[in-house]
Design a protein. Structure first.
Lengths: 173, 638
């Protein structure tokens, strides 16, 4: 056997080793236990809305006939070996994006997933931080020449002053 | 007509400086209350006397309806609930006028104008769009009946308390508008409306909690809050109102955040109107909404007018609203209130965008979208925990400035106890990130607040020699606002405990069983004993009798029902049955049954859920304490 043929054979065997499990996996039907199917069905049903008009309830919680029919459909698809993503796609093809309990994380929907809950509050927090720093800096400046009468800065005032302060604050309220 | 007269005359009277016109407008406001009381009494009379020739009575009651629900049917539909809203607003307007008959002479005409103008909106809706007294030319023998979901004790308390909250926020808004118009921007208007704000916030809180409780026992899906648009509509003004209640203290104590407080009080009121718009326009599909109507454009127009007026006034008064003081330190109670405001606003923004996203998505992309708890839970849980963390921080930090040593000293005990509690919970099996964090923070907040009570009580005991219970009572009574606030925070902690337990450790099962068979739900064994079917005057009852066993011992008998009502609903209505204790609820729904009485049950264990309702009660008690007026000091004549 020539050296070249030996190398070609080796590559072929290696490719088969890599590709075979994938082929086997994709051609076999997913054989889950009924409990596993039920758990997976419940997880999928949490992500999908019942469109029967009972107020945007997810399939998992809705007890109407339409919800039961859809849950049965999910079980059937799971038994047939479909993955969660494939089942989602089936529902999307049938009812559009509104069938999902939350907007799909893609394109325009990033506004609701990232910009509103994270970017805006972080920017607001930064703005507040800058404002607070500016305020506190302004307050500190004239205090540079001041000498504290007694005690360290930030220490609790003596009891009689504390009581007086409490009393005055209470009166203010 | 009378409300329009009151609005116009109070404004014109002030502008031309004619005191008699203003007085006349105030008298007209009182007359509005009288007339609306008469109208409300007439509608109740029509219900009680089964006047089915009145369309509203025909649609929401029938002869078989108990007197109890016949009276509450007054606010079951669009027409009656708008009448209730208008009646409450006229009552508050009259109350405010009486309360301030010798005060705020400069502002009162504008306050009367704002309240009466708002009343005009509701009255014009009543007159032109949803008249509650529209009649048929004949008298139908019987009515259509009340929706069975509304035949629940929740119907008595939930809508009126919610409306007391919504309508109550009109008062601080009216004072804020008047302050901006007159330019009297010191904290007088805030002090005058402090109790009104607390009153509105208290009732909004009670309304929301009662609504959750009602949904839990009536809707039969095992939960209490689904982030439904109508639920969000009540939660949004609550968030803004809570932020306002905190930030307003900074203005009172330090003369700061005047612009921000104006923004918050305006936002709170406008969100109440926005909530009404969502609930009544029919633009959202919700089990709680009133269905489609033509009210949407009217509310939208009012909303836009309110926003425009507030923005213009704010811009005009911008310079006058600048703060007199500045924050001394990043680590002060003022700063934590600001952080708290930031977090509340972040949550408000998320809830608002989530609620209106379906319309935005359709308008921009032409693609319908749905936003449910799957989105809100994911985003709001970390925000809620941040809020809890700030609540833990707040009582430990003093006004103006806190030193690091001071902070360390105050953090030591709650820190150690909550850490020990966290380790104990971890050992006991609470290992998920969010629930564990939530429970640790709950322990921290509770300990920090309890220490405040212990310190104060001990101080009174040692100083005045009072017995501990008396010292505690006097401590709270002498500083109701502060300790009432702490009690409210303890209530919030209990609510967090309930939410964390019920959402993170819920156990659910859906099973089909025949009479005599058992099924397991967590540590409980449920035995389906038998099926029972009988007829009442208004419905055909289909009940399953289920025994609940805990470790072999029978603890309760549950009877979930699926009933067919002869009137009010074409769909069968589920009546859930609950066995509860302080640790968990066993929640049973009869989802379906067959001819052989085999039944499908949806069974849920909701851990710690009862603490949510207890927390709500504690919050209410705390708010009442904070709201309770101090005794007026006797002043000796000069």
């Amino acid at each position: 056997m020539s050296k070249r043929l030996f190398i070609a054979l080796g590559i072929g065997i290696l490719s088969l080793i890599v590709v075979c499990p994938w082929i086997i996996n994709s051609s076999l039907v997913y054989s889950a236990t009924p409990e596993e199917i039920e758990t997976e069905c419940r997880e999928i049903a949490k992500e999908l809305v019942c469109l029967c008009g009972c107020g945007n309830m997810v399939l998992e919680t809705c007890t109407c006939g339409e919800a039961s029919k859809n849950k049965e459909f999910i079980r059937k698809q799971l038994k047939a070996g479909k993955t969660r993503l494939q089942i989602f796609q089936l529902f999307r093809d049938k009812d559009g994006e509104r069938v999902f309990a939350a907007p799909v994380k893609e394109g325009f929907n990033w506004i609701i997933w990232v910009i509103v809950p994270y970017v805006v509050p972080v920017l607001a927090a930064l703005g507040l931080g800058v404002l607070l720093l500016k305020w506190t800096k302004q307050r500190k400046e004239p205090e540079l020449t001041a000498t504290p009468i007694s005690g360290k800065e930030g220490d609790e005032p003596p009891d009689q002053y504390k009581e007086k302060l409490e009393r005055e604050l209470k009166e203010l309220e | 007509m009378v409300a329009a007269y009151a609005a116009i005359f109070s404004l014109v009277g002030k502008l031309v400086d004619e005191r008699r016109m203003v007085k006349s407008a105030e008298a007209a406001s009182a007359a509005c209350f009288g007339l609306l009381t008469l109208a409300s009494a007439a509608l109740i009379w029509a219900f009680v006397n089964r006047r089915f020739d009145v369309e509203y009575v025909y649609h929401y009651s029938d002869k078989a309806l108990s007197m109890f629900y016949t009276i509450t049917a007054f606010w079951a539909g669009q027409e009656g609930s708008i009448l209730l809203w208008a009646w409450l607003l006229s009552l508050f307007a009259m109350w405010v006028i009486l309360q301030n008959r010798h005060a705020h002479q400069e502002s009162m005409p504008y306050i009367t104008f704002t309240m009466m103008f708002t009343l005009c909106l509701f009255l014009s809706i009543m007159v032109f769009i949803t008249p509650p007294f529209a009649t048929y030319h004949f008298k139908p023998p019987d009515g259509l009946g009340l929706n069975p979901l509304l035949q629940n004790p929740g119907m008595i308390w939930h809508p009126p308390t919610l409306y007391l909250g919504y309508v109550g926020f009109t008062v601080p808004f009216a004072f804020a508008m008047a302050a901006m118009i007159t330019g009297k921007l010191d904290d007088t208007w805030i002090r005058s409306t402090r109790r009104w704000t607390l009153f509105a916030w208290l009732f909004l809180t009670i309304g929301i909690i009662l609504g959750g409780q009602w949904a839990y026992v009536e809707l039969g899906w095992g939960g209490y809050w689904a982030w439904d648009p109508v639920e969000n509509a009540s939660f949004m003004p609550w968030l803004a109102g809570t932020a306002y209640l905190h930030s307003v203290m900074i203005q009172e104590k330090r003369g700061m955040l005047k612009i921000w407080n104006m923004v918050l009080v305006t936002t709170t009121f406008l969100l109440c109107i926005f909530g009404t718009f969502i609930t009544r326009s029919g633009i959202v599909g919700s089990v709680h909404s009133f269905g489609e109507s033509s009210l949407g454009p009217v509310f939208m127009a009012f909303l836009l007018l309110g926003i425009a007026a507030s923005v213009i006034l704010l811009l005009v008064r911008w310079d006058d609203l600048q703060s007199q003081n500045e924050i001394d330190s990043l680590l002060s109670r003022e700063s934590t209130f600001l952080y708290n405001n930031l977090v509340l606003m972040a949550m408000l923004l998320v809830v608002f965008i989530g609620t209106v996203w379906p319309f935005i998505s359709e308008a921009v992309r032409g693609q319908q979208a749905t936003v449910t708890a799957a989105y809100f839970d994911k985003i709001n849980v970390p925000i809620g925990l941040t809020l809890l963390f700030l609540m833990a921080l707040c009582p430990l930090i003093s006004w103006r400035k806190t030193s690091v040593q001071n902070l360390k000293r105050n953090f030591m005990v709650p820190g150690i106890i909550s850490l020990a509690g966290g380790i104990a919970l971890f050992i006991l099996g609470i290992r998920k990130g969010y629930p564990l964090t939530s429970f640790i923070l709950c322990i921290f907040v509770a300990v920090a607040i309890l220490l405040e009570f212990i310190r104060g009580t001990t101080a009174r005991h040692s100083r005045f020699g009072e017995m501990y219970p008396a010292a505690l009572g006097r401590l709270i009574w002498r500083n109701k606002r502060r300790y009432g606030g702490y009690i409210v925070h303890i209530g919030v902690v209990l609510i967090f405990v309930g939410i964390t337990g019920s959402s993170s450790y819920k156990i659910e099962r859906e099973v089909f069983v025949k009479p005599g068979e058992e099924f397991q739900l967590g540590k409980y064994t449920l035995k389906y004993e038998k099926f029972s079917q009988y007829e009442t005057q208004s419905k055909l009852v289909n009940a399953a009798i289920v025994s609940v066993y805990n470790e072999g011992k029978k603890v309760d008998i549950l009877t979930p029902e699926k009933n067919l009502h002869f009137k009010g609903s074409e769909q069968p209505v589920s009546e859930v049955s609950i066995y509860w204790n302080l640790a968990e609820d066993v929640y049973l729904i009869l989802a379906g049954f067959d001819a052989n009485h085999g039944a499908t049950f949806k069974a849920v264990i909701n851990p710690l859920i009862v603490w949510l309702w207890i927390g709500g009660t504690v919050m209410t008690i705390g708010s009442i304490v904070a709201f309770w007026p101090d005794k007026k000091k006797k002043t000796s004549p000069i």
